[in-house]
Design a protein around this ligand. Structure first.
Ligand code: BJ8
Length: 418
């Protein structure tokens, strides 16, 4: 299968070896993990195995696979068109020498990583995709997509607004309509009202399950580690959405019992942290692992792989296609990514999350060279501290070189907030 997909077998083996080692030491060494995590461990063990086979089987049955890099690409529309959505963001350095031949060194790790996965031919999700959608968000992504689009045969560019003005909403609707047209052209089938309703309902159910999980983390002690909760949010971009929702709900049933029995993954009153900032794609577990190694527990992620990406459902009550598209636009227009300006809602959301989760502090996670999030981190820190919420601003990349320094800073922060 890997040869068929055009993967480089040696590179792919090397990646899996590293990934497997990291997974064992970070996830499997945790104590008091809920039994329901067994499913997510299984998904991870088959992320480069059975899941790819499943996607290829779907393709054989006529479904198209749509890969994307941003939570602004609506899964509702992809499902309505009878296609399957997969996330392509990557969380590890790969083939960096090759990458720096086509991108400047001062590009964020997330962008460099998916270029590395493409150049090193190690990502089966990228290779299995019938269409890859890139979005005009930060300058790094939009300019790098000009290069990336030449490296793949099947690229679709989506423009995105940069502010929340009425004209910006019109642009978003226009782009979603263009995306629908592209999907319909690929599948040769018009999206009907019921298709769109079904797509919305499937994605709403997934978001409701994730919201249920978020709520359970508000308990003290938290019934699940931040690492496991992050993993679930990461898997949300890869797994079959209906099966995923069912398994998250099964896990939540178990967590509800643990909360009732006052059982937690860490001791009661362990320092509670909200992590906020850039998305963390698989296998980027570095900072959460450092935080939880101090004995603190992460109780929420204000991130696109977390709360920012999953909050708010789509209203499915309209009885025309145009009405439903409007509802999709309304839901996505609320996403408070740092590429928007002004972006005051994001700070308000972080404050709200810190309050709801009873967090003792917020750790702002900025990927080096990510101007939108790093620039915004200054006002986030100022506003939260004015409200009495302690903030630690971290700037890092995907390398392991700063682990010592990160640990020292996080330990000192946790000492202060506990
Ligand atoms: S909606 S956060 S998924 S764009 S880390 S590439 S911003 S320089 S990922 Fe994102 Fe969509 Fe926004 Fe969410 Fe640029 Fe920053 Fe790199 Fe980033």
């Amino acid at each position: 299968m890997w040869t068929d997909l055009g993967l480089n077998l040696d590179n792919h083996d090397a990646l899996l070896e590293n990934l497997g080692g990291a997974y064992q030491s970070i996830f499997m060494s945790q104590e008091h993990r809920p039994e329901g995590m067994g499913y997510f461990d299984f998904v991870m063990s088959e992320a480069h195995g059975l899941r790819i086979q499943e996607l290829r089987d779907e393709q054989e049955a006529g479904r198209k696979i749509i890969g994307s890099f941003c939570v602004f690409v609506p899964e509702e529309l992809v499902l309505a068109a009878g296609c399957t959505s997969v996330g392509l963001c990557a969380g590890a350095d790969f083939a960096q020498e090759e990458v720096e031949k086509v991108l400047p060194r001062n590009t964020c790790s997330l962008i460099k990583s998916f270029f590395g996965f493409k150049l090193g031919k190690v990502c089966p999700y990228m290779e299995v995709s019938d269409l890859i959608v890139g979005e005009n968000t930060c300058d790094g992504k939009k300019k790098s997509f000009e290069i990336f689009s030449q490296m793949v045969p099947n690229f679709f560019q989506m423009d995105l607004p940069q502010n929340k003005a009425p004209m910006a909403r019109k642009l978003l609707k226009h782009e979603y309509e263009a995306f629908i047209a592209k999907l319909e052209e690929m599948t040769g089938k018009r999206i009907g009202l019921e298709d769109l309703k079904q797509g919305i309902s499937t994605v709403n159910a997934k978001r409701n399950a994730l919201a249920r999980l978020s709520k359970l983390r508000m308990a003290n002690p938290s019934p699940i580690s931040g690492l496991d909760a992050l993993l679930i949010n990461q898997i949300a971009f890869l797994d079959n959405p209906v099966r995923f929702t069912e398994k998250v709900n099964v896990l939540c049933d178990e967590l509800e019992l643990l909360v009732k029995e006052n059982k937690g993954v860490k001791v009661e009153n362990a320092p509670r942290v909200v992590i906020s900032g850039c998305p963390m794609a698989i296998p980027n577990w570095k900072v959460p692992a450092v935080i939880e190694a101090t004995g603190a527990v992460i109780v929420g992620e204000e991130s696109c792989i977390g709360e920012r990406g999953q909050r708010n459902t789509t209203d499915a009550s309209a009885d025309t296609i145009d009405g439903l598209i409007d509802a999709v636009v309304d839901r996505y227009f609320k996403i408070d990514c740092a590429v928007f300006t002004p972006n005051q809602e994001r700070v308000e959301h972080i404050k709200e999350m810190a309050k709801n989760t009873n967090a003792d502090g917020v750790i702002h996670y900025g990927l080096q060279f990510c101007q939108p999030y790093i620039m915004e981190s200054f006002s986030v820190e100022k506003t939260l501290e004015k409200d009495g919420v302690s903030v630690l601003r971290l700037e890092t990349d995907y390398s392991q070189e700063d682990m010592g320094q990160l640990s020292t800073r996080v330990e000192a922060f946790v000492e202060i907030i506990k």
